[in-house]
Design a protein around this ligand. Structure first.
Ligand code: MSP
Length: 513
């Protein structure tokens, strides 16, 4: 049977243009998707836009635009961003699509059928910015204004007729589920936070609104629209053609391998979503991973704070792969991370230009000059060659298991160390002094080329475009990248041509004044 992997990003509100926080979630998801892809999995990678609710409706009103047209426009900028970031997503879902509406209404009916929904009245605090209901004890007052303690976003009092989901009923089953599935919520700190929230007692959840209309109508009561989070979370199912459980996509990819999200939306994903699914008797996703925030000057990057680093501008200035590499490397995954252009430039110079780019250029230039531009044929490995070559195969199982624990930092450290060792190997072996011992010279070149190939494979999930450029040295194309060749310890074919390649990364001139 095929190994499958289904990964999702949060679906983004098209209330404003995309920023670095969105780019971050998407790039990380792409990293996992590409890794699993070259590791022999059939991958389904979903991203999209979350278009209903008051937040989006008000943003459209503020712009004096028809809501659907406004969504079309901004959703397009997210679709464009997916291309700019070179995401390998296999689908892009919009919650205003018919396939999604059908799915959400079906889920609603299931919940209703199982007696998990009842009609009553809601009165309490609501944050439009978070699209979340808050209890009194979750509210603070700042300068006479009521805000949510967790997000600092302002809240408004609402009182209206509303349908409720019997969330309280699922308190115990959820706690039991967390206990018997210790990997369900990650990292550990988020899991503890969720468990203590659930233990503190769950109240039934308001799941419809009556005072605005931008949403999916409640089946059989069109005066209500479905709460935007119940609507949005269902995207993970609707993209697999739920409720058609016999559909190939659903059969193949549900339950999802991982929902990758930001830590600010952990409660929706790790409490509400599993409760809805338990109530509808649908399997739960295998993992919810809540990553940290990208900070700029110690604060969460957000539109309202005006401290946004625009991913498009960064890509324009430095190129895409440096940004991908930097975000993946710099932020200790799971924690918040501060980013700056200064550190990005350092990273380009040291890791990408000096370490990887330089290794590729040096060995290719040397091989063209001294090995007739071909992968050397007459070679004889010594211990030091085997040691450096076999490391990749020997570490592969460990790398795989670290990836399954979302330990991205291990992965990137492994690559940086391997690059460092490879440069050191080439320097220490001094092939330029071996012109009277061609077999040794050839062997050093062969070994270094083989390492470039292997490292480029491992770099592919992080910097796909540059890794492909480097693999042009050997005429290796994208569909030939696979980790099984490392597992099987396959080596480069001898006598094949070696191609010159363009500089992979330009060094950034730094002004040290
Ligand atoms: N629409 C909801 C998600 C629904 S998923 C069923 C939403 N959208 S959002 O556009 O506001 O945010 C999407 C994701 O971007 C969230 O996971 C959020 O954490 C992430 N980021 C937004 N700003 C961020 C940073 N500054 N840093 C890292 N990620 C942050 O929430």
């Amino acid at each position: 049977m095929d190994k499958t992997f289904y990964i999702t990003t949060p679906i983004y509100y098209p209330s404003a243009r995309p920023h670095m926080g969105h780019a971050y979630s998407s790039i990380i998801a792409d990293f996992f998707a590409r890794f699993k892809n070259i590791d022999g999995h059939k991958v389904h990678f979903l991203t999209g836009t979350d278009e209903h609710g008051l937040k989006v409706q008000r943003a459209a009103e503020k712009n004096g635009q028809d809501t659907q047209k406004f969504c079309d426009q901004i959703s397009k900028t997210f679709q464009d961003l997916s291309k700019t970031l070179n995401l390998s997503n296999t689908d892009f879902i919009r919650t205003t699509e018919e396939r999604h509406k059908k799915s959400v209404q079906h889920l609603w009916n299931e919940l209703e059928k199982n007696d998990d929904i009842y009609l009553s009245n809601y009165s309490g605090w609501y944050s439009v910015s978070d699209e979340a209901f808050y209890n009194e004890d979750e509210i603070d007052e700042i300068d006479g204004k009521k805000v949510a303690k967790s997000s600092r976003s302002s809240v408004e009092w609402i009182e209206e007729e509303s349908y409720f989901f019997r969330l309280s009923k699922w308190e115990k089953p959820l706690l039991e589920y967390y206990k018997s599935n210790p990997d369900f919520i990650a990292p550990e700190s988020r899991k503890n936070e969720v468990i203590s929230f659930v233990k503190s007692g769950l109240k039934d959840l308001s799941i419809s609104r009556k005072t605005f209309s931008w949403g999916i109508p409640v089946p059989n009561n069109e005066k209500h629209v479905i709460y935007v989070w119940l609507d949005a979370l269902t995207n993970y199912l609707s993209a697999l053609e739920y409720p058609d459980k016999d559909h190939e996509l659903f059969k193949k990819f549900w339950p999802a391998s991982i929902h990758l999200i930001g830590k600010d939306i952990i409660r929706f994903h790790a409490v509400y979503w599993p409760a809805f699914l338990l109530a509808a008797k649908i399997d739960l996703p295998k993992k919810i991973y809540g990553h940290g925030w990208i900070l700029s000057g110690e604060e969460k990057m957000s539109k309202s704070k005006g401290n946004i680093l625009d991913p498009l501008k960064i890509v324009e200035k430095y190129g895409l792969d440096p940004l991908r590499y930097y975000l993946i490397k710099e932020v200790s995954f799971g924690n918040d991370g501060n980013i700056s252009q200064e550190r990005l430039e350092d990273c380009i110079n040291s890791d990408l230009a000096n370490n990887y780019g330089n290794l590729c250029q040096r060995v290719v230039a040397f091989a063209i000059k001294n090995c007739k531009g071909k992968v050397p044929n007459e070679i004889k490995f010594q211990d030091e060659d085997f040691i450096i070559l076999n490391k990749f195969k020997d570490n592969l199982e460990n790398i795989r298991s670290k990836i399954d624990q979302q330990n991205i930092n291990f992965y990137i450290d492994y690559i940086v160390n391997s690059l460092f060792e490879a440069n050191k190997y080439f320097n220490d072996q001094e092939p330029w002094k071996k012109k009277d011992n061609l077999i040794r010279l050839n062997t050093i070149v062969y070994t270094t080329l083989e390492i470039v190939r292997k490292i480029s494979f491992l770099l592919y999930p992080i910097i796909p475009e540059s890794s492909l450029k480097a693999l042009k040295i050997f005429n290796i194309s994208e569909n030939e990248i696979n980790l099984s060749s490392i597992e099987n310890n396959e080596y480069l074919l001898k006598d094949n041509n070696i191609n010159k390649i363009d500089i992979l990364f330009n060094k950034i001139e730094k002004n040290n004044d």
